[in-house]
Design a protein around this ligand. Sequence first.
Ligand SMILES: *[C@@H]1O[C@H](CO)[C@@H](O)[C@H](O)[C@H]1NC(C)=O
Ligand SMILES: *[C@@H]1O[C@H](CO)[C@@H](O)[C@H](O)[C@H]1NC(C)=O
Ligand SMILES: *[C@@H]1O[C@H](CO)[C@@H](O)[C@H](O)[C@H]1NC(C)=O
Length: 820
Amino acid sequence: MARERRRRGPEKAARRDGGAGVGAGPAARPGRGWALLALAALGLAAGLAYGLYGRWRLARRVVTPHPAPRVLPAGTTGPRAAPERFWGSYRPHVYFGMRPRSPRPPVAGLMWLLQTAEPQLRHTCEQSDGLPRYGWLLHDGLRFGAQEIRDRGLVLRTEFVKRLGGEHGGDWSWRITARPEGVGDQTSLLSLFFYVATDGQGTLQPHLEGTRLVSVTGTSEELGSFNITFHKPTTESGEALKYASYNHLDARSPGLHRLTDVVKNSLSNRFVYAAPGGPKRRYFAVHTFPVLSEELGQAPHSHLLLHQVTLQPPCHVEVTFESGSFLGRPGSLVGRALTEELAHHVAAFEQRFEETFALGRKGFPLQQQRFAQAALSNMLGGMGYFHGHSLVQSAHSQQPLPYLEGSLFTAVPSRSFFPRGFLWDEGFHQLLLARWDPALSREVIAYWLDLMNVEGWIPREQILGDEARAKVPPEFILQHNEAANPPTLFLALEQLLREPAQGPAELAYLRRLYPRLRTWYEWYNSTQVGPLPYTFRWRGRDPDTNLFLNPKTLTSGLDDYPRASHPSPAERHLDLRCWMALASGVMAEVAEQLGEPAAEYRLMQQALSDNAQLEQQHWAEQLGMFADYGNHSEAVVLEREKVRVPPGRPQPPARLVRVVRKPPMLQFVGALGYVSLFPLLLQLLQPSSPHLGRILGDMRSEQKLWTPYGLRSLAPTSPLYMKHNTEHDPPYWRGAIWVNMNYLAVRALHHYARREGPYRHQAAELYHELRANLLSNLYRQYAESGYLWEQYSDSTGRGQGCYPFTGWSALVVLLMAEEY
Ligand SMILES: *[C@@H]1O[C@H](CO)[C@@H](O)[C@H](O)[C@H]1NC(C)=O
Ligand SMILES: *[C@@H]1O[C@H](CO)[C@@H](O)[C@H](O)[C@H]1NC(C)=O
Ligand SMILES: *[C@@H]1O[C@H](CO)[C@@H](O)[C@H](O)[C@H]1NC(C)=O
């Protein structure tokens, strides 16, 4: 079932205080004549105007860009400066498609349909399609990728390879291989639909031979002139296929987000497939007349040209994109030339993978190496390029405002369920990508920081453009500017700072980044402060305590992880404090490298990681754990509301409401789980700390956090373990095993196993056991289910939540490689 992970913005009523004294004009005293009255009226009007202006100005701040020069100035990521990254599989929400890194380019993609009794058009990645397996097996993030998709007895292999040349990002070729799953099996007839579509600019021209769309020529701002050729299908050995049937569509769509609808609406089964010697069969095909945009109720924005080929697998179908400015190409990249090019890239990928992660050398069997290759490839193949603006709301405005128009190049948590950027996920993604391609990571971090406003805020969920928006229910689109998210990009930066090659280019990069990093840090350090010095508090918790067993803290990333039962300004959140310690340390290091004043950051880091101070503010002696502090009661339950209705009237359905059995008081929050581990996870604890022994004990205890599959998020001894938060809100971070936190745990154990101290051996033992448990379960689940998952059951180890989830669950590669 679909979860609403991190989707829910805090449903906060717009506040009405203007902040700048609306209507604070001077009051007129009575009896002083018209002149005074007039003056007073003027003053009042001016005051009113000033107040309105002040409010407007405050409200505009949320959409005012940061004044520092962009880390990535216009053009630096375009086809001339970075041709090798211009085209890519940057449309992670479709099963197979490509676009260049520019705001509104023409895009290309694949749809398919098995001509069965219940034909289903496949296009965007949907969990409801129920595909038993799909994902990239190999993808270098740059030049090539190979994906395998299984759909009801059919195996589709989708491959692309790029070839640089000219001034517009060069050429690319696709090869789709379709074959039945089992040897000797036969699938139904298969229709493959290849399309190219504009997004507001550029022109496309179809070239037909009968009903067959042979090629498309086009032009656009960023691509210049180009052509796309749909080659005739062949057998797997390259001979012409005996028979195939062709249809095409030339249509207008309101936008790229409606392409599936346009194609669906144009399908009809009045076409006949008549292979010589075989039975005549009716099949579904697109009409050869345009579907009028009026039927879709919106103005056309997109021109769609689509080539449909219907055939009996097995087969190969190839498509080539050729750029007009690429002169003197050595011939089209098709057939044998394409086969050779693909083989060359496969070999190069495998060699680089082994050089980077050394899994062969570590003795992993081939199947597990393939699993790790797929995990990395899916994170790379899940990278997307998005353009548009978020919708944001400031506390100072009653209306949502469009945020700065911007572009984002980012990995995504899940191609089906979360195909867009999430701030805190991204820090974890980059831990893996920085090992594979540090330059890529630097660029992604720059894209994120360039989305910052003048306040230092970055919206935590990036829903840019129509296609991204189409995947999000309207009520979750709005982003609030008091909402934080763990600043995990500091984890990635810390990793990048450790890269051996720190030359002038890396320093120049840091220098560009620095003004934004400072403001980002200050934003956290001012807007998320806690009640005491060096304490912190997540803003934006669910305000309506009556409806939730425990008001959620979406901003922390840990959604429903139990916090103080009654949100209040007296709260101090342990995880945020630890994140701030990390951020302070990385800021100090960056400042030192740049020769900027670093003392303030160092002091802050020292204060935040001072073990005595940490204990004073977060060690709960009675509970024997590090904990949050706040206005809290453990005695809360959800009960059916009793509504009295007059006799004879129907009883309305009773809703669940929270009943507080014992009044809350200021105390530590008893919830042993990921939050309690933070001083260990982010390595703030001294190796000699006696609390380290206690924490390691809790981690290893099967009654508490240990399972054969990894560390669970919340101990069964915690009152809210596996509890629903509302009727419709099942437990999320209340027991399940999450890979990002387990990665931090393994990394920390590795750290403590290498430091002198009384718990060194215990840490080393746990390190080996936890790592082995995670590896064997993640691999087993992948082998059985075909996917990496969002989370894993703490009782059975089974993957659950959404899939494929090759965001932070792909950190399994670093666990295998022992790279921390
Ligand atoms: C496509 O464009 C390339 C380069 O401009 C050209 O060599 C080729 O002949 C064109 N192919 C078609 C089918 O138009
Ligand atoms: C963070 O904020 C505190 C005040 O709450 C201030 O004393 C401290 O200097 C700030 N730290 C940095 C590094 O800006
Ligand atoms: C704790 O919450 C209760 C119920 O909302 C409230 O009456 C009380 O004042 C709060 N106490 C503190 C210290 O915030």
